[in-house]
Design a protein around this ligand. Structure first.
Ligand SMILES: Nc1ncnc2c1ncn2[C@@H]1O[C@H](COP(=O)(O)OP(=O)(O)OP(=O)(O)O)[C@@H](O)[C@H]1O
Length: 303
């Protein structure tokens, strides 16, 4: 279907007696950023390798950009930007040489575009790759995935090895790709990495998709700590019983509480007084998924 960038049906991959995927049904919409989350060994890399035809399924169907990856060849590959979890390259080349070579394979990329991306990530392209740190090699991997502005970006743990500043640059690049109408499929084992960019997240465990959620809805459901500073002391009773509010305390003119779900009732109650300042933590969605993750750990330990 044209509105799906990626779809898999009953996808199974076994490695001898090991099960990589146990019947995966995936549907990634064109133009969305999809976070593919799961603990180590869940099957994320196996899925990504199947999407790129780097390995072949035991059974089931894969469709990427409307084509079967087995038959799509170079034409399909050019429409995709791929960053492998273990991005390995010939270290004798400089970054510029490698990226120039890969750009040709993809039908040409303006030099300016490569330079812009390298600048953004603070990457020196004149150095030989073998002399670069792990983080700098990862940057080359990020540049080669993004440089030809592909319709679809498939990124396996893209920010592993990048420092916080570069992670923010990466977040901005993903947002720009989305704004340009590109689709991004990105694996990770940490929620905080994808919650800043993803429209939806799919959780995989033991080779199966457990759930798919909209990040916006997760955010609404998540618990966060809120602190409101008023011009005058406020009565606790006006806040403590509001929907979603718990653990409310008033200390002089400061209200502190936990907020579960929508902020609407709290904001409307606060607006009856003069609000001087308001602090609300970005909810950490990791907590919401901890149950899925921890069950996975328990299964493996008892297996
Ligand atoms: N080449 C292989 N031979 C045998 N088993 C494999 C092979 N590759 C993966 N597996 C098994 O398949 C399962 C899924 O592995 P996969 O690498 O896809 O997980 P992952 O979610 O990417 O994990 P990680 O976050 O650790 O990279 C694991 O149980 C793994 O041991």
């Amino acid at each position: 279907m044209a509105d799906l960038a990626i779809s898999t049906e009953k996808l199974v991959k076994t490695y001898g007696r090991n099960r990589g995927l146990a019947g995966l049904d995936l549907a990634v919409d064109t133009g969305e950023v999809y976070g593919f989350l799961g603990p180590n060994g869940a099957g994320k890399s196996t899925t990504i390798r199947l999407l790129l035809d780097l390995i072949r399924p035991t059974s089931g169907r894969v469709t990427v950009l409307g084509a079967d990856p087995r038959r799509g060849g170079v034409a399909l590959r050019r429409r995709i930007g791929y960053l492998a979890g273990d991005f390995v390259v010939d270290g004798r080349q400089t970054g510029q040489e490698l990226l120039g070579y890969l750009a040709n394979l993809r039908g040409g990329v303006p030099r300016r575009r490569i330079a812009e991306l390298a600048d953004r990530l603070d990457l020196d392209l004149s150095r030989k790759i073998k002399g670069l740190s792990k983080g700098n090699r990862q940057k080359i991997g990020v540049v080669q995935a993004f440089m030809h502005s592909p319709e679809l970006l498939i990124l396996d743990e893209p920010t592993s090895g990048l420092d916080p500043f570069l992670q923010q640059q990466f977040v901005a690049m993903v947002r720009a790709a989305r704004a340009a109408g590109q689709t991004v499929f990105m694996s990770s084992h940490v929620m905080s990495e994808v919650q800043q960019t993803a429209d939806r997240v799919g959780i995989i465990r033991d080779g199966r998709l457990l759930t798919v959620e909209r990040v916006e809805e997760l955010r609404e459901r998540a618990v966060r700590r809120v602190e409101i500073h008023f011009a005058e002391p406020v009565p606790l009773a006006e806040f403590s019983a509001l929907p979603g509010v718990s653990d409310a305390t008033v200390d002089g003119s400061t209200l502190r509480c936990r907020l579960d779900g929508r902020a609407d009732a709290l904001v409307k109650a606060a607006a009856r007084h003069t609000v001087v300042g308001l602090l609300s933590e970005e909810p950490d969605l990791e907590e919401l998924f901890f149950s899925y993750y921890s069950t996975g750990e328990a299964d493996r330990v008892s297996a």
